[in-house]
Design a protein around this ligand. Structure first.
Ligand SMILES: [Zn+2]
Length: 279
């Protein structure tokens, strides 16, 4: 699910994990409203990289890496003129900002942007370089790590799980497919334990919330399993080999936070799904 959303251009890493748990206030009107049919966007995508200008074999349909300059190309519909275009990261960000301003999520997107600026500054001091010289990757990576530490500190396992996915996607984007697979399997295992968020102030809420309530059914992790299968295919490994490669991390991390569902059992369940996915 996350991957699908990302390929549509989701700015998961930019938004930061805490934004996701906040619900955007929507206009709740109970009377029936007329069905809104958005006008068809004008397709102005061209088969050329917006970063280096090189000609492409086909017009990108979703975010992909340019085979020439290796920059990611994004596909967005600009609400200002309702045209669909292939854009650079900067161009996509501009469109995303415009959309956020229109759909009422700007406050959250803006908070994410401000955090990036602050992180860039902090890293600049740390690396003894100007903030502009700090790479986007380093900024995203630092934010992901902060998110993971923060979620772990408050035992917010649901948020923690989302960050593990974010890290997997970041790794996959950077071509570290094997490490990405390990994070995906770990996050999927975590999800099979149905993580909950505990109270952030350290108040003992154990009587109210349980941190985990394992539901080793596939319904809720089928999206994750599909992604894992794709990554195994990309690595050219069998399901068995793939799970074996990812096993150590999942088992170690699971034990460290006392996941109730034993890894061996989760692994068996993953194996049976991955080996013979339900149609
Ligand atoms: Zn290019």
């Amino acid at each position: 699910m996350l991957l699908d959303w990302l390929s549509e251009g989701g700015t998961l890493t930019n938004m930061g994990l805490f934004n996701r748990s906040k619900k955007v206030e929507v206009n709740r009107v109970s009377r029936p409203r007329p069905v809104f049919t958005p006008p068809q966007a004008r397709d102005e995508r061209v088969a050329a990289c917006p970063s280096c200008g090189a000609e492409l074999k086909k017009v990108p349909g979703a975010a992909t890496k340019c085979p020439h300059c290796h920059e990611v190309m994004f596909v967005r519909t600009d609400p200002r003129d309702n045209t669909r275009r292939v854009l650079t990261a900067e161009g996509a960000r501009d469109v995303d900002d415009e959309r956020a301003k229109r759909d009422g999520t700007w406050e959250f997107v803006k908070a994410g942007r401000d955090r990036e600026v602050a992180t860039r500054k902090k890293l600049g001091v740390q690396f003894k370089m100007s903030p502009e010289s700090v790479s986007d990757n380093d900024v995203q990576w630092a934010i992901l790590n902060e998110n993971a530490v923060e979620a772990m500190k408050h035992a917010n396992w649901l948020d923690y799980m989302f960050v593990q996915w974010d890290i997997a996607i970041e790794l996959s984007d950077r071509g570290s497919t094997e490490r990405a697979a390990s994070f995906m399997v770990w996050a999927c295992y975590l999800r099979m334990n149905d993580p909950n968020n505990m109270h952030p102030q350290g108040v003992d809420m154990a009587s109210v919330y349980k941190p985990f309530s394992p539901k080793p059914e596939f319904g809720q992790v089928s999206g994750e399993l599909q992604s894992i299968r794709r990554v195994f295919d990309e690595l050219g490994v069998s399901v068995d080999e793939g799970l074996e490669k990812c096993s150590a991390k999942a088992e170690r991390e699971g034990q460290s936070i006392h996941l109730p569902l034993p890894w061996a059992q989760a692994r068996e369940l993953m194996y049976s799904w991955l080996n013979d996915p339900p149609t």
